[in-house]
Design a protein around this ligand. Structure first.
Ligand code: BGC
Length: 778
């Protein structure tokens, strides 16, 4: 089960011919005709239709097609948003969701789906985190590539967004993400890179923000040098909606399509006529639109889709995405979950969110679902299946046996205190063997367009939890939130916590499946849950001021920070429990080629139920100086096993997996030395380790006058050049005699600086040394 890359094999589109088109026609192809359509040129190309979004199709009827009319789209399946789907750690599932999205897109007349969103979760405060997969670029890239592969398997286009460094909503249309190149290359770009190289998305969407002062839409380095030049992207780059500030500058930088239209095509025509914009730049952009249209000729056409089957897929995905954070043994009876109808006869279902689910986030990704499950109804029917009866306000079923369910809302979603609701819920809890308490964030707490200022749950909900815990011995908290909430201050009051994220339209029944144990939880955290907001590495810099946000924490995002410094966390990256147990054994890590390794490990289900384990592979650099992240995720595999069954899980590692970006070389660098592979169940639950070595990449920086004496002596051509040029000169004699402590000091001096020491190392001699070293080691 190898998780590493593979090259996609689809043919590249042929270069497009724009010569038959007028200047005006060509200019018209580089902007939309409506909010959701590109421009048609009769006889040449039809108008293409673009629609959000990442976890469901938001196809607006033509008459109401404006970007802000978010709630009036045609019904489509609302799959779990990326915050949840990511937690499945299951690329195959993500691919199937992608294919289902494509089928619905096609049936709704959509050519390009505006997703997935693959920005990194730099801060839990980002209002749009629910649309993104993880704080980790490897996990994000693998899952994003799977979604793109699924969407494009039916010939529908995907649009990977928001390229790049769009990690906050505050001032998103103007802010400059000030981020050093190593951090960009290692954290913020790799997911895009993997998706472009492996899944070949038809389109990429540039972000609104500036990167180191330059708008993404006008950033030639980003859109042309890196995206096309280095990664080989051969599709079309479109703007985020309204991200273009200067049409001409954007075209020159490599942006092909402005969306939605601003009525400025005349500026393009005028710029070409006046010689300010070379016509071939326009030809190139218009040609890419024609190439996209050509690719889309293969789009499969569907009249509709099987709404039941897609709802079931949404349910399966939701089930795979909820993360069981804790599951304590209560009074020596064993873990409180799954609910046991024999022991848990009276179940109080508490919290408005059990009845009014929060299942997606606000903004452009908002989908009108085809149907909507809520947890209360789903629990009622699950209890019925488990032989129960239902009492209370909405109770309608009545059977002879076991489990009795009651419901109380407990709190208002707007956060206003309501003593009566709280009293009813506490009374219900007092009568129950177990309370299922649904807590979470209201809609207004997180959305596209603004960031959060706190990661805390509403105070009325936390207060309710404490009161419920006083009267009921077993409290299971079920969370609904699109990005991390703090748990440290209240989690001791809960026997179990099931993090349900935003689970899409089938989330309610998926939660019932997990709570009653029809299925075992299998989600894992894709982001660290910190103890406090102040522990988050970006905290001091987020969201910036004065038009700039400085990425001062550099590469130390999420667990890269916490695990390097050993900061206490509430729950670590990769964590998640299930209803079974797994053992790891027989780790075998070996070199298979030049900077290539294989890693194998056996995983055994030692518990009593079928369940999934997510085997995580990290590479660790404990000794490395200057410091780098203590370890980084480089592979994972989700394995489903029957009790007693075992599977051998295989990974491959390549040089890039241990490389760092070298700013001076402008390339990836592998230093010779040792590293460790770690295999485990979270970034803090490493079960097995093995040491490996690398010879490095063989690169030697050329010696110059500004190379230090230490660098000269470490370089294979350094000492020979010194001896050849200087022979028995006083300088060499001085080097041989020098006190080691002094030599230590001298090692850090650039060679040219010795020219002032009167030991014969004149600038001319240094020039000869540099030339000789170059001859000896070209
Ligand atoms: C969002 C994009 C979205 C676009 C079209 C923008 O505001 O940032 O993610 O695809 O609108 O709705």
């Amino acid at each position: 089960m190898t998780q590493n890359g593979r090259e996609a094999s689809a043919p590249r589109p042929a270069p497009e011919e724009t010569s038959g088109l007028s200047l005006t026609e060509k200019a018209s192809l580089t902007s939309g005709s409506t909010t959701w359509n590109t421009t048609a040129v009769p006889g040449t190309v039809r108008a293409l239709t673009l629609s959000d979004g990442p976890h469901g199709i938001r196809r607006q009827p033509e008459s109401t097609g404006d970007a802000l009319g978010i709630h009036n789209s045609l019904p489509a399946t609302c799959f779990p948003p990326a915050v949840a789907l990511g937690s499945s750690w299951d690329p195959e599932l993500a691919r199937r969701v992608g294919t289902a999205l494509a089928r619905e897109a096609s049936a709704l007349g959509v050519d390009v789906v505006l997703g997935p969103g693959v920005n990194i979760k730099r801060s839990p405060l980002c209002g749009r985190n629910f649309e993104y997969f993880s704080e980790d670029p490897h996990l994000t890239g693998v899952l994003g590539a799977a979604v793109v592969t699924g969407i494009q398997s039916l010939g529908v286009g995907a649009c990977v967004k928001h390229f790049a460094a769009n990690n906050q909503e505050t001032d998103r249309m103007r802010v400059s993400a000030d981020v050093d190149e190593q951090t960009l290359r290692e954290i913020y770009l790799p997911a895009f890179e993997r998706i472009v190289r492996e899944a070949r998305p038809y389109t990429v969407m540039c972000s609104y923000n500036r990167i180191n002062g330059v708008y993404a839409s006008q950033n030639r380095w980003l859109l042309t040098d890196v995206l096309r030049g280095e990664w080989g992207f051969d599709g079309l780059v479109m703007s985020d909606w309204g991200a273009v500030n200067d049409r001409v500058a954007a075209l020159e930088a490599g942006l092909d399509l402005e969306m939605p239209p601003t009525g400025t095509d005349g500026e393009i025509v005028e710029a070409v006529r006046s010689g300010r914009l070379p016509e071939e730049v326009l030809d190139r952009a218009a040609g890419r639109l024609l190439a996209l249209a050509r690719r889309l000729e293969d789009r499969q056409r569907f009249d509709g889709w099987d709404a039941d089957a897609h709802h079931e897929l949404a349910r399966e995905a939701a089930r795979a995405s909820a993360v069981l954070l804790k599951n304590d043994d209560v009074r020596g009876e064993g873990p409180v979950l799954p609910l046991d109808p024999a022991a848990h006869r009276r179940v109080a279902v508490l919290g408005e969110l059990a009845r009014t689910p929060r299942y997606q986030g606000g903004g452009s990704s908002h989908v009108v679902p085809t149907r909507l499950d809520n947890a209360w109804d789903a629990l009622v029917s699950a209890a019925g299946r488990a032989g129960g009866q239902v009492a209370g306000r909405t109770g309608e079923q009545a059977r002879e046996q076991a489990t009795t369910l009651t419901f109380a809302a407990g709190y208002r979603l707007d956060g206003a205190p309501d003593a009566e609701l709280e009293r009813e819920a506490v009374a219900a809890a007092a009568e129950a063997d177990v309370a299922l308490l649904f807590l979470g964030l209201p809609d207004a707490a997180e959305s596209e367009g603004y960031d959060r200022t706190t990661i805390d749950l509403p105070a009325v909900q936390v207060a309710l939890l404490h009161r419920v815990a006083e009267v009921c011995p077993r409290v299971v908290v079920v969370l609904s939130n699109g990005s991390v909430v703090s748990v440290a201050e209240w989690q001791d009051a809960a026997s179990a916590i099931l993090e349900g994220w935003l689970l899409g339209q089938a989330g309610g029944s998926a939660l019932a499946d997990l709570l009653f144990g029809a299925h075992s939880p299998s989600g894992r955290l894709t982001e660290t849950i910190p103890n406090r907001l102040a522990d988050v590495p970006s905290h001091l810099h987020f969201p910036g001021a004065d038009g700039h946000v400085v990425y001062g924490e550099g590469r130390y995002v999420g667990y890269r920070h916490h695990d390097t410094l050993g900061t206490g966390v509430a729950y670590p990256f990769g964590h998640g429990l299930t209803y079974s147990r797994f053992e790891y054994s027989d780790l075998d890590a070996r070199e298979t080629g030049a900077n290539e390794w294989s890693v194998e490990v056996t995983v055994t289900n030692t518990g009593e139920r079928f369940a999934h384990e997510v085997v995580q592979l990290y590479v660790a650099f404990e000794e490395e100086r200057p410091s780098r992240p203590r370890h980084e995720l480089r592979g994972f595999a989700k394995v489903g096993l029957e009790p007693g069954a075992a599977e051998r899980v295989r990974f491959t590692l390549a040089g890039r997996d241990i490389a760092q970006w070298s700013v001076s070389r402008k390339d990836w660098r592998i230093d010779p030395g040792s590293f460790t592979v770690e295999v485990g169940a979270s970034s803090r639950d490493i079960r097995l380790r093995a040491g490996l070595t690398t010879p490095g990449d063989g690169y030697l920086a050329p010696l110059t006058g500004m190379s230090t004496l230490g660098e000269w002596l470490a370089h294979p051509a350094g000492s020979p050049a010194l001896r050849k040029v200087l022979g028995d000169s006083p300088a060499v004699a001085a080097l041989d005699r020098v006190d080691p402590a002094l030599l230590g000091m001298a090692l850090g001096f650039p060679l040219i600086k010795f020219s002032t020491f009167g030991i014969g190392l004149t600038p001319e001699v240094v020039d000869r040394l540099v030339a000789t070293a170059a001859e000896l080691h070209p």
